[in-house]
Design a protein around this ligand. Structure first.
Ligand SMILES: Cc1cc2nc3c(=O)[nH]c(=O)nc-3n(C[C@H](O)[C@H](O)[C@H](O)COP(=O)(O)O)c2cc1C
Length: 443
């Protein structure tokens, strides 16, 4: 179906197209379920809303949070969401996706403790002492997308013709060795230890968007113990989780943001239908979810796509680098129903759903429908949080989102990121990000 820019006023309007296109999404007039408290490993969230990890590419060069990072998390914390999923933090400096990405180390751990304390303080100041958001730090190694200083310094798990071509990586580029991967497992554990020291409630072993852990999941053509079979391709992620669990037991939450589908043709993609890469095949991703469940993982943030390759799969938009061959509602439904597959498989897991920003002020109605249908327990907002950091308070207190504060999915936040600038909402936070956009994107 052809893309069609968002032009819906009421829940009934969007429902009309959902029915017309035969899309499996429920729209609920009553959004009360979003006010449900949710139990995550014994931690009681005050509502069913989350801020997704959203990096602003604005840390200090030593990996510590800079001024804009602190501003972002003050706003998120005051915004009232029960779960704050803290953005990608590199476990080693060479694994940063941009020179300004956060990176945790012994030298800067205190700055992470500071930002954690600021979040707690702001959350309470704005929402009362009963409100303590759960904060999970996303741990990453950017793999083939690493840009630790000025230059692209790809760390690849195997040669992938689709992604190699896109980033001019040739066949002579070395593949990370098994012993290097083994050493990196311990870097994740060390970073988790530091995140705990800084006060964070848990970590996410980022398994999405084709960064290193995510790329390994599709390493069918890699030799050695991290490639080929399902057992080998999932080894890196599971080893990291096992090691962290062995050290901290039940004292620390281990979660993951997991790609259930990345939209790259087989045998280079994960969760793809072998005959038709535009469709997902959840057999392997669900098998991995079962293994995570067996290890005690109970919090999964479900996502899809490869932001550098097929961004429309990752975040449906009205305006972006190209026009996709599908209607945005199909993309939204893929994300929501993908999360539903995980939630239905393990009803006692807490699944965080993704893909709601495109829905603007009608997101709460589709979000409530998804929870009622058992497709997630928590609904996360990514770009919408940049635009509208207090979306959760508005939803909880008024039952609505204010149209004038919503994200318009114009992709300017991504343009900023790709221009190596500081990322945020150019439209709704124009005073801060307008000048960066003018300087770095309108040359
Ligand atoms: C500027 C920008 C930064 C992002 N940073 C991260 C990140 O650090 N970690 C991550 O898992 N996803 C990241 N994402 C993806 C979002 O978390 C989210 O999955 C995506 O935008 C789709 O959700 P939405 O429709 O609510 O925006 C980022 C997206 C954008 C546009």
């Amino acid at each position: 179906m052809q893309p069609k820019n968002f032009n819906y006023e009421t829940p009934a309007d969007i429902k009309k197209d959902i029915d017309l296109f035969g899309i499996d999404l429920k729209v609920s007039e009553n959004i009360d379920v979003l006010r449900n408290t949710v139990d995550v490993h014994g931690f009681k969230l005050s509502n069913s809303l989350a801020v997704h990890p959203m990096e602003g590419c604005d840390g200090n060069l030593d990996g510590s949070p800079g001024e804009l990072v602190i501003r972002r998390y003050k706003r998120f914390a005051a915004g009232g969401a029960g779960l704050l999923w803290f953005e990608a933090v590199a476990v080693v400096p060479e694994g940063k996706a941009n020179p300004r990405q956060l990176s945790i180390s012994e030298d800067n751990v205190d700055s992470f403790k500071e930002i954690f304390d600021i979040m707690m303080e702001e959350a309470k100041k704005a929402n009362g002492n009963d409100h303590t958001p759960l904060v999970i730090m996303q741990l990453t190694h950017s793999g083939r997308f690493s840009v630790p200083t000025k230059e692209h310094e790809p760390v690849i798990a195997y040669h992938n013709p689709y992604l190699n071509q896109k980033f001019n990586i040739d066949e002579s580029h070395p593949v990370i060795t098994d012993s290097e991967l083994e050493a990196l497992e311990d870097k994740y554990v060390a970073a988790a230890r530091l995140a705990k020291q800084a006060g964070f409630h848990g970590v996410d072993i980022k398994g999405c968007h084709r960064y290193l852990v995510s790329e390994l999941l599709s390493a069918y053509n890699r030799e050695g113990k991290y490639g080929g079979s399902f057992e080998n391709r999932t080894r890196f992620m599971l080893n990291i989780i096992d090691k962290i669990k062995a050290e901290f037991g039940e004292d620390f939450i281990v979660a993951t943001r997991l790609n259930m589908y990345d939209g790259i043709p087989y045998p280079y993609g994960w969760g793809v239908d072998k005959e038709d890469f535009t469709k997902y095949d959840m057999q392997e991703p669900l098998k991995l979810v079962d293994l995570l469940y067996d290890r005690g993982v109970r919090l999964i943030n479900v996502t899809m796509g490869t932001p550098y390759y097929n961004p429309h799969v990752n975040r449906p938009y009205d305006k972006g680098g190209y026009t996709p061959e599908e209607n945005q509602l199909e993309g939204v439904a893929r994300l929501i129903n993908g999360a539903g597959e995980v939630q239905k498989r393990h009803p006692d897991m807490v699944v965080v759903g993704t893909g709601y920003s495109w829905l603007r002020h009608l997101a709460p109605n589709v979000a409530a429908g998804a929870i009622e249908d058992g497709k997630a327990k928590i609904i996360g907002f990514g770009r919408a949080a940049f635009a509208y950091p207090d979306f959760a308070n508005d939803i909880i207190q008024t039952g609505e989102m204010d149209k004038r504060k919503c994200c318009i999915t114009c992709s300017k936040c991504t343009e900023l990121m790709r221009a190596k600038s500081f990322s945020g909402c150019v439209i709704r936070d124009a005073k801060v990000y307008g000048p960066y956009y003018k300087k770095d994107c309108m040359k």
